[in-house]
Write a protein that binds this ligand. Sequence first.
Ligand SMILES: C[S@@+](CC[C@H](N)C(=O)[O-])C[C@H]1O[C@@H](n2cnc3c(N)ncnc32)[C@H](O)[C@@H]1O
Length: 360
Amino acid sequence: MRRIEESPATPEVIELRQQLLDFVAVTDSRAPLYARLAVGIAEADEVLTILAAAPQTKRLPVTLFAAIHDVLLANPDEPLADWYPNLSSSRRSDDPVPALLELCSRRRAELIELVRTRTPQTNEIGRSSLLLVGLSLLAAEVGPLAHLDVGASAGLNLLVDRFRYDYDGHHVGAGQIELRCGIRGESRPELLPSALPVITSRLGLDLNPVEASDPEQVRWLEACVWPDQPDRFERLRLALAEAAKHKARLLAGDAIDDLEAAVAELGPGHPVVTTSWVLNYLGEEGQRRFMKAMDALGRHRELSLVCYEAPNLTPGLDWPTEVAETDLSVLRLFSWRDGRRTDEVIAKGHPHGYWLTWLR
Ligand SMILES: C[S@@+](CC[C@H](N)C(=O)[O-])C[C@H]1O[C@@H](n2cnc3c(N)ncnc32)[C@H](O)[C@@H]1O
C-alpha cells in the first residue's frame, strides 16, 4: 500500500483526504471505529483512489465505509471483521489500520465496483416510535388507517403496528422487536398511544425501494449502518426478517410525481401519508411542490400527513418559527378536512427516535 508521502497526490485525493479528516472530527466520539479507520484511509492514497472512482455526488466517506462493511458482511472470515463491534463478539482493540489497508489492496476491484454502483441507503425503524404517536392521535379521530409511507426504503416503517414500544415505561404493542423512546421534559402521558392504531391497508413509495427478500439489497442496507451502533444493526436485521415475512407492497416512483397514483392504490381506511427523513431530498422547491400535491389531493377527500423531518433541511414545509431552526427532527400532523388544511407540531426528537420532547 502506497503512503501519501511517497507520491504526489492529485487534487481529487487531497480533497477526499480532507473529507476523511473532517469525518474524524465530527464522528470521533460516537463512532470510534470509523474515526480510527478514517485516519488510516486519509493517509493512504490507494484507498482514497478507490473512493475517487465513485460518481461525484456519492464521493463521501460513508460510501467507502459502506462498501468495506458490505465486503465484511459477505465475507465474515475477513480479518478486519475482528474489529467490528457488530461482527465480532471478542472484538480486537489494537490498531485496525493494517488489516484495513490489506483488505483494500486485495479487494480493490470489488470495492471500486461497489462505490461506483451503489448509493448509501438507510431505513431507520426507531422513527416508528414518533410516527406511531402521530398515527395514534390521528386514529383516535378518524378510525382505521390506510397507510402510505413515502420514501419507504425497505418499507420497515410500514411495520409500525408490528413493533413493541417502551416510552419511558409506557408500553404499547406486543411485537418481537422493541423500540425504546425516552421522554425528555414534561411526560404528557395523554399524548402517548394507549393502543396500536388499526391499519387496514399499507403501501410504500420510493425512488429506489429496497427488496427485503433480496440478499444483496438487504446486505447493502445493513452495510450502511455504522458498526459502532450495534443495537441499530441488530434491530435492522430483525426488522428486515419481519418485512420479508409480512411483505408490504412497495412502488418504485417519485414522492411528488407518483403521489396521486400511490394514494389511489390504497385500500380501505382513512388515507394517511407518512414521511421520515425523505423530504430533505426534494430541496425547498420540491418540498413546496410536495405540499401542493397533498393540497390538491386533500381538496376533494379527507386526508392526513404525518411527517418526522428535520425543519432546518425542509424549509419548504414553512415550519413555525419556534422549531424552524432546530436540527432535531420534528413530528407534525397535517389534516385536510372539508378541503381545508390544518396542522400541528407535536414533538421534537432524536433523528433515530431514541427520545422525544413534547411541543404540542
Ligand atoms: C434517508 S432514507 C429514509 C428512509 C425511511 N423513510 C426512514 O425513515 O428510514 C430516504 C429515502 O428516500 C428515498 N427518496 C429520495 N428521494 C425520493 C423521491 N424523490 N421520491 C421517493 N423517494 C425518494 C430514498 O430512496 C430513501 O429510501
